[in-house]
Design a protein around this ligand. Structure first.
Ligand code: SF4
Length: 373
């Protein structure tokens, strides 16, 4: 096996966070095992995946990407057999628990996808591999090719990259936002509805934060749309990283707190019942970086607080800073079993971050602390 090839095509895939929460990826790579990434899932587990490009040939001009078509270097690719042999070596030695396969776009999207689908087909049918496979759907791929990929993969993803069509045009001139990307995502959504067994883990997508003019409001609006129309609970967010020898090499990185704040706001929108209008944004449509969005909302609504823990509904509890979905459910369950809360310690044991919740709650009609803002 050509180790340089493995290293180059493994490293080239690292900026794709689909299916994994954005963390400092550098800490999660394995320098001695090219292509292995230890990433953290939404549930908090770390999973080693073999994450790699089939090929870095690309006719697209995404100006943030090392593989963009105007960059001159020798292009390389794996044959399906080479890639399968590396993956099975990693899998059988427990270095990788699954495969995440992507590719550059060498002209025809279906040509690139054919190779990825062939890897998945051989693994499933010839090697009887039952484990996790995530296949990237290349923008512009045909409906039939996408269906074949979904038939073999646990999860598929198309990277949307931008929240708006105008933002997308700032990043590439060779792909069409509505046709090549969004339309393919809608096909996947429709196929999933009709055939539940296709790609059982569903589809995911990634947006880049800070590479174009888009505001947090733009990004949150798109994340909400993706949730509502395509059942994507969490859109993965990749903070823009300037890369040498790319047209955006001199572009500034987004502030470090921007992406985590966007994740928090996205959870509020898609899992906590908040609306876009309730997000506290500055005049230009950006979240405030110094406080989490839920705390800012609560501070802006003193009329809603303090909330009586022994009487509040589940939805109302979710509005309290420091009370998440699990702790709200535990409070409701305990109350249903006859419990009346009197002390902070009692809800602390259920997972409530009492330091945050304290100014916003009362128990047995006794206020915990006074709102001091
Ligand atoms: S399509 Fe764009 S992001 Fe993907 S490899 Fe080509 S230049 Fe990079």
């Amino acid at each position: 096996m050509d180790i340089d090839k493995l290293r180059i095509l493994g490293e080239a895939s690292q900026y794709d966070l689909c299916n994994y929460v954005s963390l400092n990826q550098e800490n999660f790579t394995s320098p001695n095992l090219p292509g292995i990434y230890h990433a953290r899932t939404q549930s908090g587990c770390q999973v080693p995946l073999f994450k790699v490009l089939m090929s870095n040939h690309c006719t697209s001009d995404c100006n943030y990407c090392i593989n963009h078509c105007h960059n001159r270097f020798d292009r390389i690719e794996f044959s399906p057999e080479e890639l399968i042999s590396v993956f099975l070596h990693y899998y059988q030695n427990h270095f990788a628990e699954g495969l995440f396969l992507s590719s550059g776009l060498p002209g025809d999207a279906d040509v690139a996808m054919e190779n990825m689908v062939e890897v998945a087909r051989k693994l499933r049918l010839e090697y009887e591999y039952q484990g996790y496979i995530h296949l990237k759907v290349i923008p512009g791929a045909s409906y039939d090719m996408i269906k074949r990929a979904m038939n073999l993969a646990d999860r598929v993803s198309v990277n949307l990259e931008s929240a708006t069509s105008s933002g997308f045009q700032e990043l590439t001139t060779t792909k069409d936002y509505h046709n090549d990307v969004l339309r393919r995502m809608k096909w996947i959504g429709r196929l999933k509805k009709r055939h539940h067994d296709l790609a059982p883990s569903g589809q995911s997508t990634q947006l880049i934060v800070g590479a174009n003019h888009e505001t947090d409001q733009d990004i949150l609006k798109r994340a909400k749309w993706l949730h509502k129309h395509l059942n994507i609970n969490l859109s993965y967010l990749s903070p823009f990283e300037p890369i040498d020898k790319t047209p955006l090499a001199g572009h500034t990185k987004p502030e470090e707190k921007r992406t985590p704040r966007l994740y928090q706001a996205q959870f509020l929108l898609n899992s906590y019942g908040f609306s876009l209008d309730e997000m506290v944004l500055d005049d230009e449509g950006f979240l405030f970086l110094d406080d989490d969005p839920k705390l800012l909302w609560a501070k802006a609504h003193p009329d809603m607080f303090p909330l009586e823990v022994n009487e509040a509904s589940y939805k109302e509890l979710l509005r309290v800073p420091g009370i998440g979905k699990k702790s709200a459910q535990r409070i409701m369950d305990a109350r249903r079993n006859g419990k009346t809360f009197r002390k902070l310690d009692e809800i602390k044991k259920l997972g409530v971050v009492t330091k945050r919740a304290e100014p916003f709650i009362q128990m047995n009609h006794a206020r915990q602390t006074t709102l001091s803002f």
